[in-house]
Design a protein around this ligand. Structure first.
Ligand SMILES: [Zn+2]
Length: 376
């Protein structure tokens, strides 16, 4: 029997793959894929569905509410604005509230509040509401996992919400009991290590050698009955070393434009005249950014209908960081500089030949589907 093992490694870019000899030995056929705009919530949805952000509706953790949208899970946090900021700004408090919210609203996707001010909850929304590995479709786009399940293929998908250690452990247990025909495993440690340590190759090597060991173990479990196992490793982006930070608060407050600051970009909502004023102010302040208007966002396959993601963006040049932002502070490594930045490229590798037509993140799902043709 043929089995397929797909391993999604968060932040596995082509440069990261290079540092781990064990990973290269495990999957010697490799290429580098063009990435997507935004962060992992969009990139992972694209890997699983083959659709763009404009189609599946995932990009960043926070979007603006559509006009006339019924309600957002964030409505349940209206009370937070009455808490003193000294209390609600504490990390452990925020994490506890996020867990409470996920439980109360039945959210199985990744829920985090980071540093978003409670006053902003009234116009923001959280699009990632369900577990991408279990969902039948993401914004109407089917995943290759749900396609396989619908065909009656035996599928194992990692439990993403567990910590790295427990997630692999539960995967080994499951694959030992019942070797699935299609297994989708997930590793999140590399992303965390690279945000913390920047481009330090020893940090990436340590994490990736461990990933390689675990993938090898999973493959051995699937091969026990003499099955042939095809292994595919895919990342969602790489990582850039940070060498400059900008505090965006004073300028944005002065301009009074509605905005959300992710680590690498400011997403803004407003009329053209106001946006042009911000653009001029940013030029005067010599921010190392590109101004991306609606046409530019459409070219990046970002859905602009109802502008959930902003009417214009200021995207930092690679290697810079907004700190503080609404999602974090100073770190040594970051990604999210638009689809054409080198750090947005993702690594794809396998123990078998690759398909030369797979050159971007969005074509991985189609390739995986083609490898399952004839399965039932
Ligand atoms: Zn990351």
């Amino acid at each position: 029997m043929d089995r397929l093992l797909v391993v999604f490694v968060d932040a596995l870019g082509p440069m990261q793959r290079e540092v781990s000899g064990s990973l290269r030995a495990l999957a010697p056929h490799a290429t580098s894929l063009r990435g997507v705009a935004g962060f992992s919530s969009g990139a992972l949805a694209t890997v699983l569905t083959g659709a763009s952000s404009a189609e599946h509706g995932r990009l960043c953790l926070f979007s603006a509410r559509a006009k006339g949208a019924p309600r957002s899970p964030l409505d349940a946090l209206a009370w937070m604005r009455w808490l003193p900021s000294a209390v609600h700004e504490r990390g452990p408090v925020r994490r506890r509230i996020a867990r409470w919210l996920a439980e109360r609203e039945g959210l199985t996707g990744y829920v985090a509040l980071h540093r978003v001010a409670p006053q902003m909850f009234s116009w923001l929304d959280i699009p990632e509401r369900d577990d991408l590995f279990e969902a039948e479709s993401v914004g109407g786009a089917r995943t290759f996992l749900s396609d396989a399940r619908a065909k009656g293929v035996d599928v194992y998908a990692a439990r993403w919400a567990l910590d790295e250690e427990s997630r692999w452990k539960s995967a080994f247990t499951a694959l030992r009991e019942r070797p699935a025909r299609l297994s989708f495993l997930y590793s999140s440690d590399l992303d965390g290590a690279l945000h913390r340590d920047g481009a330090d190759p020893r940090s990436a090597e340590r994490v990736l050698d461990r990933v390689a060991e675990r993938v090898h173990r999973a493959r051995s479990l699937l091969e026990r009955d003499g099955s042939r196992v095809r292994t595919v490793l895919v990342g969602d982006h790489g990582m850039a070393e940070i060498h400059g930070a900008i505090d965006p608060r004073a300028l944005l407050e002065r301009e009074g434009v509605r905005h959300f600051v992710d680590s690498t970009m400011v997403r803004m909502w407003g009329d053209r005249a106001r946006l042009e004023r911000v653009r001029a102010a940013v030029e005067r302040a010599r921010w190392p950014v590109s101004y991306v208007d609606r046409a530019g966002l459409e070219a990046w396959s970002v859905g602009v209908d109802g502008s959930p993601w902003g009417d214009a963006w200021l995207v930092l040049n690679e290697g810079h960081l907004f700190a503080p932002s609404h999602v974090g502070g100073l770190v040594r490594g970051m990604h999210g500089y638009g689809p054409d930045a080198p750090s947005s490229r993702a690594s794809l590798s396998s123990d078998g030949e690759l398909d030369p037509t797979v050159t971007e993140l969005g074509s991985v799902a189609g390739w995986v589907r083609s490898m399952m043709e004839g399965w039932s």
